[in-house]
Design a protein around this ligand. Structure first.
Ligand code: SF4
Length: 85
């Protein structure tokens, strides 16, 4: 009997948590999204062929990136470089 009650409470808690996240209006893709490790995109602290993070559409001033994890140098570079349009 106790086990059945615990299971019911647990399911109820999970359902409430899910509803709270949905109510917050956070898109599922944003909640599940994780940034890529710097090593996976060959991030470096210096520009390459005139391309640098502060010219990239993914760069977030002063020192982060929409897609790559960790501190990003505005003068850095990685293979995910995307020119600003
Ligand atoms: S070059 Fe790479 S690390 Fe730099 S802002 Fe663009 S995607 Fe991010």
């Amino acid at each position: 009997m106790t086990k059945a009650i615990d299971t019911q409470i647990s399911r109820r808690s999970i359902l409430k948590a899910g509803l709270a996240i949905a109510a917050a209006g956070i898109p599922l893709s944003a909640r599940a999204q994780q940034k890529i490790a710097q090593s996976m995109v060959q991030y470096q602290e210096t520009p390459k062929d005139g391309k640098e993070c502060d010219q990239c559409a993914q760069f977030i001033a002063p020192g982060s990136c929409k897609v790559v994890d960790g501190k990003i140098n505005p003068k850095g570079y990685c293979v995910a470089f995307t020119p600003k349009s």
